[in-house]
Design a protein around this ligand. Structure first.
Ligand code: NAD
Ligand code: IPM
Ligand code: MN
Length: 358
């Protein structure tokens, strides 16, 4: 019995999460696991229902579960309310912090059948398989924020702070992942300008001596943004701070065909949280157009990282691979000649594929 807190959230969150649950149920049926899903409110949905974006019951449910499955939060409806109430600042960031989720793993893997779905050339993206390890509970996101008025008028500031301990634990996690992969780690920073980046570089270099089998490279973030689209195959594991990781992973998602393909696992505490890397996509919400695969693949990461169910995780990935090989595509991946399906149909196809492999 695995207890999972389910937080659908806002926008397409409520459309994609049920598809990941279908996937987990198919896995449960096939392998004899039972998943106990408990729903809770978060984000705009929680504001509308109870007036706060992260109700206490939601936090306690997460803390007493073995894993959290999150859809997405936020949207135009809640953009102009008091900042501490907004879904992003009032719910997602404190939830990550309170669960101790300092490590966000975002794999940008190109399923071979999606080679034509990307906006980038085939020969550039063929074979792309990158793991971005993003620091998730530090940096600019969590530093002191200020607004004040001086003689020049209104001024705002966000403090960027990183401690050695924070840098060490995320880089250690990245070295460990690199060890299990192609043993190449790119640490991305802006050490030519930022003091936090200079500390980052010192710490990761020192740590590198403990991992002589992993080749460590340093790269400035601006160069990295360019290299990701110039020659993405040069990357195996990338480790970087919170904001750089946020931006680089949205960019990296296009190497896989769509942001709807980029899953994520947030780990480091006792309870892991699994969520697609994209947001609530207000422009397509409620239209059954959302690609549920990033969420389904996040559920596969839950199998791996929270439950140690390796075979089950590979099974989900294999089902996704087969459904794509058969030509089924949600609108974000669709081109002429493909079989166009909606969110629900895509989820059904993956669940059925898992069942067939019985
Ligand atoms: P977004 O990721 O929601 O959408 C960007 C674009 O990608 C849109 O055109 C959208 O339609 C498309 N897209 C995203 N996911 C898709 C999917 N699964 N299938 C098909 N197309 C998809 O980013 P945004 O528009 O900048 O942000 C919208 C809201 O989401 C904001 O409130 C933002 O703060 C929030 N957000 C939340 C999370 C999260 O909950 N983890 C992550 C990012 C953004
Ligand atoms: C993400 C999102 C969040 C982030 C926002 C919604 C706070 O963009 O998970 O990538 O910046 O971490
Ligand atoms: Mn983001």
């Amino acid at each position: 019995m695995y207890k999972i807190a389910v937080l659908p959230g806002d926008g397409i969150g409520v459309e994609i999460v049920p598809e990941a649950i279908k996937t987990l149920e198919a896995i449960g049926k096939k392998y004899g696991h039972s998943f106990d899903f408990q729903d809770a409110l978060i984000g705009g949905a929680a504001i509308d229902a109870v007036g706060v974006p992260l109700p206490d019951e939601t936090l306690s449910l997460c803390l007493e579960s073995q894993a959290v499955l999150l859809g997405a939060i936020g949207g135009p409806k809640w953009e102009n309310i008091a900042v501490e109430l907004r879904p992003e600042v009032g719910a997602l960031l404190p939830l990550r912090k309170k669960l101790g989720l300092y490590g966000n793993l975002r794999p940008a893997f190109l399923f071979p059948d999606l080679i034509d779905a990307s906006s980038l050339k085939k020969e550039i993206i063929e074979g792309v398989d990158i793991l971005v390890v993003r620091e998730l509970t530090g940096g600019l996101y969590f530093g002191e924020k200020k607004r004040f008025v001086n003689e020049q008028g209104e001024v705002a500031s966000d403090l960027c702070e990183y401690s050695t301990v924070e840098i060490e634990r995320i880089c250690r996690l990245a070295f460990e992942r690199a060890r299990k992969r192609r043993k190449h780690l790119t640490s991305v920073d802006k050490a030519n300008v930022l003091e936090t980046s200079r500390l980052w570089r010192d710490v990761v270099s020192r740590l590198g001596k403990e991992y002589p089998d992993v080749e460590l490279e340093h790269m400035y973030v601006d160069n990295c943004a360019m290299q990701l689209v110039r020659n993405p195959r040069q990357f195996d594991v990338i480790v970087t701070e919170n904001l750089f990781g946020d931006i680089l992973t949205d960019e990296a998602s296009m190497l896989t065909g769509s942001i709807g393909m980029l899953p994520s696992a947030s780990i480091g505490g006792t309870v892991g949280m699994y969520e697609p890397s994209h947001g609530s996509a207000p422009d397509i919400a409620g239209q059954k157009k959302a690609n549920p695969l990033a969420t389904i693949l996040s559920a596969a990461m839950m199998m791996d990282y929270s439950f140690d169910l390796d075979q089950e995780a590979r099974d989900v990935e294999q089902a996704v691979r087969q459904v794509l090989a058969e030509g089924y595509r949600t609108p974000d991946l669709y081109k002429q000649g493909d079989k166009l399906v909606n969110t629900e149909e895509m989820g059904d196809l993956v669940a059925r594929k898992i069942g067939e492999g019985k």
